[in-house]
Design a protein around this ligand. Structure first.
Ligand code: SF4
Length: 326
């Protein structure tokens, strides 16, 4: 059953000189209860902006349209105001870089207690006990709550920020590059923690990352973003073994494998500037398979199998010829 549905989400940022940057362009994404979904793409493709829009945490120069439905209720119905009661309580977020989420001059325990008291979940000793439970849930001794963030290692800080996000027992956890800046061993531990928490607590997880192997290890489904749009989405197996968008294929080719047998290629060029209209397919200037139609027409995200969708004209050409794109 769908728990979170993002429908036709658009985000614009007002820039100097009356210009606007169209950072998220008609994103549709839904998550079933208890599902783990990856949102993948290069820096600046709109992944983080999408999750910040879901949290209602965009800066004042942003404007948003579309619908964000949680259990069928539109969180954007009355603008950011309608998001406030749900933020942290129903939908919580783990931010990129734990130091961004933690206040350096307050103890970790105080910071985890704040949302518990703010949302009326518990006060006083009961709130303190909940802080201890949350720290232990993420593998930190309860007594460490009296320490300051600088007294924690990078991995412990990220665990503490996960504890803070879980403080109000949210249904949905948005994790924005939760393993960035951590060493490989700690990355693996944090991912394992997120997976076991989502299993144990029945959490629905949207994992934002540029790291395809991370998505493969943790998620059942993924969506690939490019230039503010979702260009491909589907079950992990299909996406990894039968990618149908040239950008997804190039992302795989740009990912080193563990044994180093495949040559790693870089994707030539850069994404289009999003402060001006885009003519045709946004990936066209970088696409090795582009043809005439790509210059004129932006491809829609269309089914290529029961649960797999891609936004590339080649799939229609191939479907017309009775075969898939390779
Ligand atoms: Fe490449 Fe054309 Fe497909 Fe865009 S629509 S990804 S330019 S082949």
């Amino acid at each position: 059953m769908t728990l979170l549905a993002i429908e036709q989400l658009n985000v614009w940022f007002d820039l100097d000189g009356g210009r606007q940057l169209h950072a998220v362009r008609g994103v549709d994404l839904s998550l079933d209860a208890g599902e783990r979904v990856g949102l993948v793409g290069e820096s600046g493709c709109g992944k983080s902006t999408t999750v910040l829009a879901v949290m209602g945490l965009l800066p004042p120069n942003a404007s948003v349209s579309g619908r964000i439905l949680l259990d069928g209720k539109d969180l954007l119905e009355q603008g950011e105001r309608s998001m406030v009661p749900h933020r942290w309580r129903d939908v919580a977020m783990v931010f990129q870089g734990a130091m961004n989420a933690l206040n350096p001059v307050r103890t970790v325990g105080d910071q985890i207690r704040e949302p518990i008291e703010l949302h009326g979940i518990a006060t006083g000793e009961r709130a303190q006990a909940r802080v201890g439970e949350l720290l232990e849930l993420v593998g930190i001794p309860a007594t460490a709550g009296a320490r300051y963030p600088h007294e924690f290692s990078g991995g412990m800080r990220q665990r503490a920020s996960i504890a803070m996000a879980l403080a109000c027992k949210p249904k949905v956890l948005l994790a924005d590059e939760p393993t960035t800046a951590l060493d490989v061993m700690v990355q693996a531990q944090i991912l394992q923690l997120l997976m076991s928490l989502s299993d144990e607590l029945g959490l629905t997880l949207l994992l934002v990352t540029h790291d395809l192997p991370v998505v493969a290890q943790t998620c059942g489904r993924a969506a690939v973003m490019y230039a503010g749009q979702i260009v491909e989405s589907g079950p992990i197996d299909e996406l990894f073994h039968d990618p149908r968008h040239p950008y997804t294929r190039l992302l795989f080719a740009a990912t080193p494998d563990l044994v180093g047998t495949d040559e790693v290629v870089s994707i030539p060029g850069a994404p289009p500037p999003l402060d001006r209209p885009i003519q045709g397919c946004p990936f066209q200037p970088r696409c090795p398979a582009a043809f005439d139609r790509c210059l004129q027409e932006d491809p829609a995200l269309r089914p290529v199998s029961a649960f797999h969708r891609a936004a590339c004209h080649l799939n229609e050409v191939a479907a017309g010829m009775g075969r898939g794109v390779r």
